[in-house]
Design a protein around this ligand. Structure first.
Ligand code: SR1
Ligand code: MG
Length: 428
């Protein structure tokens, strides 16, 4: 176990009530006396404690980091400092996107604890998509979140000194980055103790991926980019479990994996989870085809997320480029303006290619690695689940190795439709 800082203790409901009673603004928000508060531990993520607290006047969420990985237990220590990075990222995202992230009411570095806005009646997006719920505003809101957070923390918007200070500020979040480096970019492609998959059905896929030289080169290039490309402040774990929403309101939560990394990693995370959801629908629909219109919504939204992001990011670049990259002195006059416009298009194409690769990596890790998604895990029939998973794996492998075949979101949508009809061979 890592050494715990003086004063740290993991809180239970009673200790939390006593603690919150001393935080006057929070106690006021809850109203009544601590005895009248209901406190429920609701954490269903892989790492932390999460408490929902209701009082007669209102509610709050309290998130506390544990000194180990909750999913695995005390045998896997994890620094409490992740709460510091989460708090820093959440504050930055709030400043940049307003109400697209929850409001923070209190932060306690010693207890690695954040008190924040209770989001009700919001639910975790992944659960909503398993239930087949349409979120008409999501593409617009998540593309705004991505464009604002990525643009404004990049060299396009920041001067080099400010950007480097940000790199410094996030540079200590190494343990969380290491989780990603291992679980996403390495373990699924080798024999690793924590890997798991639907067995025996996917045994041939797991074995093939471990022996696939082209795939291992492709994932290693992506890992190098993740390790070395400090383009912007990333959320770092932007899957559909990190989004709480209603049809009207989207909030991005849980940025404890935040660091300065390649933009495509965040965008790819969102898109990967849409593809996983798309392929999982066969395992959730009442009968074949019953979720067809929902499938269409997923694919339309997939395209709109990238297109919305690209349009908003380019608009920010055209109007708010105050950073040290692409100095305006070098792009004066009609010729210079035209060159810069062409370069912006080339930049977006490169960013799209990164996004496709990172999305593929995120799809594969959820099927062959440690941490899986309930979109697929909740499919009880193992053969059905394995068929859905084999489709995800097969598209993801092609996206990663033959990324040039996927120059647009529409090209991925077409491939997704194709693979959704495919009857994959299974092992066992
Ligand atoms: C050991 S943590 C496993 C996963 O949970 C988080 O949500 C991240 O995705 C991480 O990779
Ligand atoms: Mg999380």
């Amino acid at each position: 176990m890592t050494d715990l800082p003086a004063g740290y203790r993991a809180l239970d409901a009673k200790a939390l009530a006593n603690y919150l009673a001393e935080l006057k603004p929070v106690a006021l928000r809850l109203g009544g006396s601590p005895q009248s508060w209901s406190i429920e531990e609701v954490g269903d993520g892989n790492l932390n404690l999460v408490f929902k607290v209701h009082g007669p006047a209102g509610g709050v969420i309290v998130k506390q980091a544990l000194p180990y990985v909750r999913l695995v237990g005390e045998a896997w220590p994890l620094p409490l400092s992740r709460a510091h990075y989460e708090h820093m990222a959440l504050s930055g995202q709030r400043r940049l996107t307003g109400a697209l992230v929850p409001e923070i009411y209190h932060y306690d570095e010693r207890l690695a604890l954040i008190v924040m806005e209770l989001l009700e009646p919001h639910i975790i997006m992944r659960r909503g998509m398993i239930a087949g719920t349409v979120y008409p505003k999501f593409a617009d809101e998540i593309s705004t979140f991505l464009a604002e957070t990525l643009f404004h923390t990049s060299d396009l918007a920041l001067t080099a000194d400010v950007k480097k200070a940000m790199i410094g500020a996030f540079s200590g979040n190494t343990a969380l980055c290491k989780i990603t480096e291992d679980l996403i970019f390495t373990d699924p492609y080798r024999i690793a103790k924590l890997n798991r998959w639907t067995r025996p059905q996917l045994d041939p896929y797991a074995e093939r991926f471990r022996g696939d030289g082209d795939l291992k080169v492709a994932i290693s290039r992506l890992k190098l980019k993740f390790l070395s490309s400090a383009e912007a402040m990333l959320h770092g774990d932007l899957h559909t479990g990190s989004v709480m929403l209603t049809a009207e309101d989207t909030r991005v939560i849980d940025p404890e994996f935040a660091f300065m990394g390649p933009m495509g990693f965040d965008i790819g995370a969102v898109l990967a989870n849409f593809l996983i959801s798309f392929f999982s629908q066969a395992g959730h629909e009442e009968g074949p085809g019953a979720r067809d219109s929902y499938r269409e919504w997923i694919l339309e939204t997939f395209t709109s997320i990238w297109e919305g992001f690209a349009a908003k990011f380019l608009a920010l670049w055209e109007t708010q480029a105050k950073g040290d990259a692409y100095p305006s002195d070098l792009f004066q006059g009609p010729l210079g303006v035209a060159r810069l416009a062409g370069e912006r298009q080339a930049y977006m194409q490169r960013l799209w290619a990164d996004t496709v690769g990172f999305a593929a990596a995120k799809m594969i890790r959820r099927i062959l690695g440690l941490a899986h998604n309930i979109d697929l895990e909740w499919i009880k029939d193992a053969d059905m689940r394995a068929r859905c998973e084999a489709r995800v794996l097969t598209l993801a492998r092609d996206m990663m190795v033959n990324s040039g075949d996927y120059p647009t979101p529409q090209s991925i949508v077409a491939a997704a439709r194709h693979f959704d009809q495919w009857q994959p061979p299974l092992g066992g």
